[in-house]
Design a protein around this ligand. Structure first.
Ligand code: BGC
Length: 447
C-alpha cells in the first residue's frame, strides 16, 4: 500500500438530511412534508416504514455532535427541513423550528465543526405540493423566501450553503418514475419540475448575493460516472446522451450552457415543453462558488434505439452492492476528472460519497463493514488521482454519519459509518468509522 497525502487544508466531513435522521415529525409545530404524506401511504416505502422517528436526531443532536467530534470530523453537512421552519411553506415562521437549527449550528461550532447547510433535501412542504409543488412556478419564489429566512437567521454562523440536493432525483423519481413523492409519472410534470427546480436554485443564489451574506453557495447534483460499454462510435454517442440526460441537464444551466438540445427535444416530442420565460436562463446561470458532487457508482452505457432516450445501462461487470449498482472504486475519480474538465475546473466539494454495506454487529458487538472500508479506500485513491490531474477538490463528505431512513428502502439499507440500532437508538461506530477517523488524523489514506 502507498500512503496518499491530501493537500493541507483539505476538509473531511459527513453528510445527512433532515427527513432521514430527525424524526420528531409532528413536534414543535413542524408542518408536514411530501415525504410524511408519502411514507404514510401503504405500499410506498419498504415494510411500511416512515421517518416519524428515524434516528431521533431532533432530540439527540447534542450526542450526535459529540460523536462527530470524537471521529474528528471537520465539517458536517445537514439539511434544514423547510416545513419545520415554515410549516405552510411560506408565511408564518415557526420559531421553534428555526431555534433547532440555530442550536445545532452553535453546538457544531463549539466543537470546532464547520456547518454546511443544504436548503432542500427533498422534503417539500405538503402545503406547497397542494398548490402544484415543483410543477408550479411560484414554488421557486417560495423557496427564495425560505432561503432568505435561513440566511438571515443562520448566516452570521453558517458560511457554506447548498441550494438543492440532487434535483435529478427528486424531480425524476418524483415526477417521471413515480417511486418518490409526489409519485407522478408524467413528462409534462417532469419538464416543469426540472425548470422550476433550477429556477429555485437561481433565485436562492440571487437572494444570497443581494443580501450580502458572507460565505459561499452552490448546488449539489446527483451523478453517475457514465462509461461506454465498448469503444464503438455507437456506444460513445450513447454515453454522451446519458451525460445529457443524467448530468448536463442539471449542470448545464448553472454554467450558462442551457439545457441539452437532446433533452429539450425528447420532452417536446412528448408534448412537454420547458416553461422557460425571458430572463430565466440568466437567473439560473448566476455564478456559484462551488460545485457539490454526489457520486456512488458508475453505469456502462450502450445504445438503445427502442427507447426514446436512445441509451440504456449495459450489463454490470463488477460486483453489485445491495442498492443494485456496481461497487466501482474508480467511478469517483473518473467522474471528478470528467466534470472538472467539462465545466472549466470549478471548485468542487464532494458533498456525498459512500457505500451501502448492511453488516450487522458480530458476536462481540463490533461491526466489521470491510466492504465499505475497501470501497472507500478505492474511491479516495481515485479522488486523489483526479486532484493530481488538476481537479480543484477541497472537501469530502461521507454519506453518511449514521445509518438512517433510506427513502423508499426504509431502514433496510445501511450507509452509516456509525451503526444505528433503531430499537434503542444506540449509535455504534463501525470499523469504517475508525478507518475514517484515522484518515482524517493523517489527512490521507493508505491505498
Ligand atoms: C441522497 C441521499 C441518499 C444517498 C444514498 C443520495 O442520492 O442524497 O439522501 O440517502 O444517496 O442512497
Amino acid at each position: 500500500m502507498t500512503f496518499l497525502q491530501f493537500p493541507e487544508g483539505f476538509q473531511w466531513g459527513a453528510a445527512t438530511a433532515s427527513y432521514q435522521i430527525e424524526g420528531a415529525f409532528d413536534e414543535d409545530d413542524r408542518g408536514l412534508s411530501i415525504w410524511d404524506t408519502f411514507a404514510h401511504q401503504p405500499g410506498r416505502v419498504q415494510n411500511g416504514e416512515t421517518g416519524d422517528v428515524a434516528c431521533d436526531h431532533y432530540h439527540r443532536y447534542k450526542d450526535d455532535v459529540e460523536l462527530m467530534a470524537s471521529l474528528g470530523l471537520q465539517t458536517y453537512r445537514f439539511s434544514s427541513s423547510w416545513a419545520r421552519v415554515l410549516p405552510f411553506g411560506s408565511g408564518a415562521v415557526n420559531e421553534k423550528g428555526v431555534a433547532f437549527y440555530s442550536r445545532l449550528v452553535d453546538e457544531l461550532l463549539e466543537h470546532g465543526i464547520q456547518p454546511a447547510v443544504t436548503l432542500f433535501h427533498w422534503d417539500l412542504p405538503q402545503a406547497l405540493q397542494d398548490l402544484g409543488g415543483w410543477m408550479n412556478r411560484d414554488t421557486a419564489e417560495r423557496f427564495a423566501e425560505y432561503a432568505a429566512l435561513m440566511y438571515e437567521r443562520l448566516g452570521d454562523r453558517v458560511t457554506r450553503w447548498i441550494t438543492l440536493n440532487e434535483p435529478l432525483v427528486f424531480v425524476e423519481f418524483g415526477h417521471r418514475a413515480g417511486g418518490m413523492p409526489p409519485g407522478l409519472r408524467s413528462h409534462d410534470a417532469t419538464a416543469k419540475a426540472i425548470h422550476h427546480a433550477m429556477l429555485a436554485h437561481g433565485r436562492a443564489v440571487q437572494v444570497f448575493r443581494q443580501g450580502g451574506y458572507q460565505g459561499e453557495i452552490g448546488i449539489t447534483n446527483a451523478n453517475t460516472s457514465y462509461e461506454p460499454a465498448d469503444d464503438s462510435p455507437e456506444a460513445l454517442s450513447a454515453t454522451e446522451l446519458a451525460r445529457d440526460f443524467g448530468t448536463r441537464v442539471y449542470h448545464g444551466p448553472v454554467y450558462g450552457r442551457g439545457y441539452p438540445a437532446s433533452v429539450l427535444k425528447y420532452y417536446a416530442e412528448r408534448g412537454a415543453g420547458f416553461p422557460i420565460q425571458a430572463g430565466d436562463m440568466e437567473l439560473i446561470a448566476q455564478p456559484t462558488d462551488f460545485l457539490g458532487v454526489n457520486l456512488y457508482s458508475r453505469a456502462r452505457i450502450e445504445p438503445d434505439d427502442g427507447r426514446g432516450v436512445g441509451y440504456r445501462n449495459a450489463r454490470p461487470t463488477l460486483p453489485l452492492l445491495p442498492m443494485g449498482y456496481e461497487a466501482a472504486p474508480d467511478s469517483l475519480g473518473d467522474f471528478v476528472r470528467w466534470v472538472s474538465k467539462e465545466y472549466d475546473r470549478p471548485k468542487i466539494y464532494i458533498t456525498e460519497n459512500g457505500v451501502c454495506d448492511n453488516t450487522e454487529p458480530g458476536p462481540d458487538g463490533t461491526i466489521d463493514d470491510h466492504v465499505r472500508v475497501e470501497l472507500l479506500r478505492g474511491f479516495l485513491a481515485g479522488l486523489h488521482g483526479a486532484m493530481q490531474d488538476g481537479a480543484d477538490v477541497r472537501a469530502y463528505y461521507q454519506w453518511s454519519l449514521m445509518d438512517n431512513f433510506e427513502w423508499a428502502f426504509g431502514y433496510s439499507k445501511r450507509f452509516g459509518m456509525v451503526y444505528t440500532d433503531f430499537a434503542t437508538q444506540a449509535r455504534i461506530p463501525k470499523r469504517s468509522a475508525a478507518f475514517f477517523s484515522d484518515l482524517i488524523a493523517r489527512n490521507g489514506v493508505d491505498a
